[in-house]
Every structure is written in C-alpha cells, then in structure tokens.
Design a binder for this molecule. Structure first.
Ligand SMILES: Nc1ncnc2c1ncn2[C@@H]1O[C@H](COP(=O)(O)OP(=O)(O)OP(=O)(O)O)[C@@H](O)[C@H]1O
Ligand SMILES: [Mg+2]
Length: 341
C-alpha cells in the first residue's frame, strides 16, 4: 500500500467562525443540546445531526468543531445535495490529472482540506449509494483514493454529518446503506423544530431584532407590539429559525415605527384563515373581504410540494417527477419557500 501525505493548501475551504455562545434559546430541549456539546466535542467520534430545514444543524456542527480539540484545524463543508452526482466523488476525494474529461490538473478534495480538522458532510441523505461505500471505507479505515488515482491516502479528521431526511426510512427503502448509517450514527443529535420549543421564539426574535436594528440602521425601533409578538409566538414556523430570521429582518426594514406592528409581518404569519383556506384547497370564490392572492397561491404550491416530498421520503428527484417539475426548479422552490424537506 502506498500511503502518501497530501498538500491541502490548494483546496477552497469553508471556515465558519461560529461558537456555541451564539446559539440562542432557553427551552429545555435546546439547553440540553447545548450542554452536551462539550462532551460530544471531546469524544472525537462521528456525529449525525438531524433536524428539519432551518433548525440550526450547521450552526450546531460549527459549535461542536469549535469546542473540540480540532478547533485550530479547518472545518470543511461539503453539501452533498448541492453538487451534481457525477462531481461529488471528486469534490470529496479529489482527482488525478486526466481522471475524466476536463480534469486538466490534479485536484485535492475536501477530505484532504479537512486534514487535522472536521469534515462536515451536509445533506448526507443525498449521497449516491456508490459513493456511500467509499465513505464507509474512509470512516472505517481512514483511507481513500482520489478519482483516477490508484494510490491509497490516509487522513486524520473527524466526520460530522447532517440531514433533514429520516435516514432510517432511507435505509428501509434501500437508498442508504445500513452499515454506513450505523457508522455515522455513533452520536445522534436531533434538533427539534421550532414549533416544539416555542419557549425559544421570543429569545430568537429579540436576538435577531437587535442584530437587524444595528445592521439596517433602525435604532429608532423600540420593539414589537404585543399583537405582533403574539402572532410570532403562535405561528408554526415550517421554515424554523431561518424563516424567523427572515421575518424579523423584513419587519425591521418595513416598520414605520416606533414599534413593529402586526401589519409589518408577512401574510403567512398574520393570516391563519388564508393559510387554512389554501391548505384545504383553493377558495373557488373570492371572499367578500378579498384575499392576498400571492399568499394563497404560495401556500397552495407549498402544500403540494410538502405532500410530494412526504410521499417520496424526501427524494427530490421523484418528488419533482410527481409535480411535473425539473429537479432544479423544485430545489429552488423548496429553498425560496423555506419548505422543510
Ligand atoms: N439557536 C439559534 N440561535 C441563533 N441563530 C440560530 C439558531 N439556530 C439557527 N440559527 C440561525 O438560523 C439560520 C439557519 O440555521 P442553519 O443554517 O444552521 O440551519 P440548518 O438546519 O443547517 O438548515 P438546512 O437544513 O436548511 O441546511 C442560520 O442563519 C443560523 O445562524
Ligand atoms: Mg444546513
């Protein structure tokens, strides 16, 4: 076996200067999670973070890295869902010159870039089966081979993976290797959706409010009206913290002041009745009081997309087929509408 050291300097890295001090929330569920970080960080073994879209998985991974003995090393992210299948292997392991058309030079992958640090495999549920075998080898033997290079390279890194899919269901459906699942799931960490930890909402609203006020030069704003706060606290937040952050940002931008009022919140947060009507089918008649057409159509689309994703276990290819959309169009809509997928 030819074991070689690799030069890691040429690979683009994703370094995230986050720390667990930035995780906001006071619910018991979140406090328990944060208390575990130090212990988990020290353990150096593989961690699998699960949770709906926008719940803070990436933030938690950064906190684990920052609290670990590898904190001085790099935190390198690979989003398995964002890179075309054909390129994923070379992104992960690198490739040799001439390995495929367009491979004009040897290029190192994220594994080499993460040497001495943490490799964060985001959306691990999107990884194709063929590559899953190679990842298993990396986890078990700490060895890998770049595409088109028969040599074996060793690495020293910690793997942390995240997904918003139900991986056990993926295993049952034959789309995810069972052995890899157990290998990744040494320490499972689940971040509950915001609707299950409503105690965090007010703290998060305040946190983002203070930040946006400064960023957007709205020091004139004093806070939220009781009515606006009540709406924020009772809303279901399907897009979780990312959606909350966007809603607060928009409100800070739009508010006339001195308070942020209910009028400054988007229709989705304000008008439960509109959502309800759309959720159970499009209203066939225009209500006497009128409606917000965009919000109704938006909710109608979101509802069908959610159903398609649920029916296909989160498989975006098949969900797109069910909806007669391109995969890329669906992915773009899921992002834009902040749908938990
Ligand atoms: N507890 C928290 N305190 C403060 N900010 C948070 C918290 N949780 C999440 N955020 C913020 O919310 C946004 C979404 O979080 P993050 O990107 O970590 O979510 P995610 O679970 O990785 O989402 P996705 O599944 O869509 O990738 C980020 O801007 C993050 O900084
Ligand atoms: Mg993420």
């Amino acid at each position: 076996m030819n074991v070689q050291q690799v030069d890691t300097t040429r690979v683009r890295m994703t370094l995230r200067p986050t720390s667990r001090g930035k995780i906001v929330g006071k619910s018991q569920l979140l406090t328990d999670l944060v208390e575990n970080i130090d212990r988990i960080a020290r353990a150096n073994c593989t961690v699998l973070v699960t949770g709906e879209s926008g719940t803070g998985k990436e933030m938690l991974v950064a906190a684990i890295h920052d609290a670990s003995v590898r904190a001085k090393g790099p935190l390198v992210t690979l989003n398995c869902g964002a890179i075309p299948e054909a390129l994923l292997e070379s992104e992960l392991f690198g490739h040799a010159k001439g390995a495929f058309t367009g491979a004009h030079a040897t290029r190192q992958g994220r594994v080499a870039a993460a040497e001495g640090g943490t490799l964060f495999l985001d959306e691990i549920g999107e990884m194709p089966l063929a590559l899953q075998v190679k990842l298993l080898r990396l986890l078990q033997q700490r060895e890998y081979s770049p595409v088109g290079d028969s040599k074996t390279y060793r690495c020293d890194l910690r793997v942390v993976a995240a997904t918003n899919r139900d991986l056990e269901a993926e295993v049952r459906a034959g789309r995810f290797r069972e052995d890899l699942y157990y290998r990744l799931n040494v320490i499972p960490l689940h971040i509950p959706p915001l609707r299950d930890r409503k105690d965090d909402i007010s703290a998060l609203v305040l946190h983002f409010f203070e930040r946006m006020k400064e960023d957007l030069g709205r020091e004139d704003l004093e806070g939220f009206s009781p009515e606006a706060l009540a709406l924020l606290e009772t809303y279901g937040w399907p897009g979780n913290i990312r959606e909350l952050q966007n809603v607060v940002e928009r409100a800070v931008l739009l508010a006339i002041g001195p308070e942020v009022s209910a009028q400054d919140l988007p229709m989705s947060v304000r008008a439960r009745d509109v959502r309800g009507a759309a959720g159970s089918g499009l209203p066939s008649e225009l209500p006497a009081m009128g409606l917000d057409l965009k919000a109704v159509v938006d909710e109608y689309e979101s509802n069908l997309i959610r159903q398609a994703l649920a029916r296909t276990g989160g498989n975006k290819n098949r969900a797109a087929q069910l909806l007669g959309l391109n995969r890329t169009t669906l992915v773009e809509m899921v992002k834009r509408k902040r749908i938990a997928s």
